[in-house]
Design a protein around this ligand. Structure first.
Ligand code: GDP
Ligand code: MN
Length: 401
C-alpha cells in the first residue's frame, strides 16, 4: 500500500466510524423520546398496567424493557448514615384494596417484603369498604411473617355524602367522559380519592401509628433498602416522603387552585413562611402548574394529616364538592397541603427507592443514592423526562433544576 492509499484508507475508516457513531446517537435519542411518549400516553389512557396489553403499546413496551433489564443493571455502592432506632419506628404499611385486587396485592407485598420488610417486620394494615373474603385474608397472611390486620372502612368515610348535588356530580362525570379522562365516570374512584385525602389516617386500626408507607396493587420495588425510611423521617425531621413527582391531568382539578387560593386568604396563619409554593406554582401562586407528589407511594407522618391545618384544609375543600363535581385526586390534595403548610425541608425525595407504578418508574440515578442493588433500568427513570416535576422540586429546594 502506498502512502497516499494508506491516507485515503484511514480517512475512509474515520468517515465510516463517524457515521456509525452519529447514527447510534440519533437512534438513542429517538428511542428515549419514543419511550417518553408511550409511557405517558399509556398512563393517561389506561387505568393500570393490567389493562395495558402489549398490543396496545407495541411489542417493546416500557414494562417489558424493565423486566428484561432487571438482570443487567444491578449496582451497589456506599450505605447512607445508619439511622438511630433501626426497625423500631411507630409505623405501619397501609394498603387500601378490593377483594378483586388480590393478585396485585400479593405481588406488591412480595416486592415490599423482599426489598425491605423481611428485615424489619413492620405490621400490615389492609382496608376496604367491604369485608375482605377468607381467601383474600389467608393469601395475604401467607405473604409475610409480620402481623396483618384487616379493617372495614366506615360508610361515612367512603360513600358520596348526601349533601353532594348528584345531578351536578353526574354532569361533572359526563364532562370528564367527553374529554376521555381516565376514571371519568367512576364514582368509586372518587370515593377512594376522598377517603385517601381525608379519612384513612382516622381509621381505628391506624390510631396507634404515626408513620405509614402506602402500598398499592401491582407496584414494584427495585432496590434492596439498606435503612429504615421511617427512622429516616423521624431522625431528620421529615414529614412527607415521595419518589415520583408529576403533573396532574388539568381537567380533573379545574377549580381546585381557586379553592386553595381562597383557603390561603382565609387562613394565612397555616401557610409556612418557608413553604414549597414554588413547586406548585410558577407565578407566585396565581395559577397551579399541576405538579404533585404521586401518592400511590407515600412514606409520611400521619400526625400532619391529623393536625389542625390539614383538617381545616380538607374540610374546606370537601365542602366545595370537587371530589365529586370534578375528580380531585388525593395526590394533588396531599401535595398542595404538604407544600404549603410544611417547611420545605420537611419534604423528602426518597431518591434511593426504585419504584414502579403502572408504566412510570423512578430508578436511582446518581451513584451517591445507589444504596443497594437496584434491578431497574436507570435510563427509563421519569425523573428528568417530560411531565416530571422533579426539576421544579429541585429548583424550589436548591435553586437549581
Ligand atoms: P390509580 O393508581 O389512580 O390508577 O388507581 P387504583 O385503581 O390503583 O386505585 C388506587 C388504590 O385504591 C389502590 O390501592 C386500589 O386497590 C384502591 N381502590 C380503588 N378503588 C377502590 C374501591 O372501590 N374500593 C377499595 N376498597 N379500594 C379501591
Ligand atoms: Mn394504582
Amino acid at each position: 500500500m502506498t502512502i497516499a492509499n494508506a491516507f485515503t484508507f484511514g480517512v475512509r475508516i474515520r468517515i465510516v466510524v463517524f457515521f456509525f457513531c452519529f447514527n447510534a446517537l440519533l437512534y438513542m435519542s429517538f428511542s428515549i423520546l419514543r419511550d417518553d411518549w408511550r409511557r405517558l400516553a399509556a398512563y393517561h389512557l389506561y387505568p393500570s398496567t393490567s389493562n395495558v396489553t402489549s398490543d396496545d403499546l407495541g411489542s417493546d413496551t416500557v414494562t417489558s424493557n424493565i423486566v428484561e433489564n432487571v438482570a443487567s443493571s444491578a449496582v451497589t455502592s456506599n450505605l447512607p448514615p445508619k439511622p438511630q432506632f433501626e426497625g423500631k419506628a411507630n409505623a405501619t404499611l397501609v394498603f387500601l384494596a378490593r377483594n378483586s385486587d388480590l393478585q396485585g396485592v400479593l405481588r406488591s407485598m412480595e416486592s415490599v417484603e423482599t426489598h425491605f420488610n423481611h428485615k424489619y417486620g413492620y405490621p400490615w394494615i389492609l382496608l376496604n369498604e367491604e369485608e375482605f373474603t377468607e381467601e383474600f385474608q389467608e393469601s395475604v397472611k401467607s405473604k409475610t411473617n409480620a402481623s396483618v390486620q384487616f379493617g372495614l372502612i366506615p360508610s361515612r368515610h367512603w360513600y358520596q355524602p348526601d349533601w353532594i348535588d348528584e345531578a351536578k356530580a353526574e354532569q361533572g362525570r359526563n364532562t370528564l367522559k367527553a374529554w376521555n379522562v381516565i376514571y371519568a365516570d367512576s364514582v368509586s374512584y372518587r370515593n377512594m380519592c376522598r377517603f385517601n385525602s381525608g379519612f384513612f389516617f382516622h381509621h381505628p386500626l391506624l390510631q396507634p401509628y404515626r408513620y405509614y408507607w402506602r402500598i398499592e396493587p401491582d407496584v414494584d420495588y427495585f432496590c434492596q433498602l439498606q435503612y429504615d425510611p421511617f427512622d429516616y423521617l423521624k431522625d431528620n425531621n421529615k414529614t412527607y416522603g415521595f419518589t415520583i413527582a408529576i403533573e396532574e391531568l388539568e381537567k380533573t382539578v379545574s377549580t381546585l387552585w381557586q379553592a386553595v387560593k381562597e383557603f390561603m386568604e382565609q387562613y394565612p396563619e397555616y401557610i409556612h413562611p418557608n413553604n414549597a409554593l414554588a413547586f406548585l406554582s410558577d407565578n407566585g401562586g396565581e395559577t397551579y402548574n399541576l405538579c404533585h407528589f404521586w401518592s400511590n407511594f407515600e412514606i409520611a407522618d400521619m400526625d400532619f394529616w391529623r393536625g389542625e391545618a390539614y383538617t381545616k384544609f380538607f374540610e374546606f375543600l370537601d365542602l366545595k364538592g370537587g371530589f365529586y363535581y370534578e375528580r380531585w385526586g388525593d395526590a394533588p390534595i396531599h401535595s398542595i397541603a404538604a407544600a404549603l403548610f410544611l417547611d420545605k425541608n420537611e419534604l423528602h425525595f426518597f431518591n434511593d427507592i426504585g419504584y414502579q407504578h403502572s408504566n412510570i418508574v423512578h430508578c436511582p440515578q446518581q451513584p451517591a443514592f445507589l444504596t443497594g442493588s437496584c434491578t431497574c433500568n436507570r435510563v427509563l427513570s421519569i425523573d428528568y423526562r417530560r411531565y416530571s416535576c422533579l426539576p421544579r422540586y429541585n429548583k424550589m429546594l436548591n435553586g437549581k433544576w
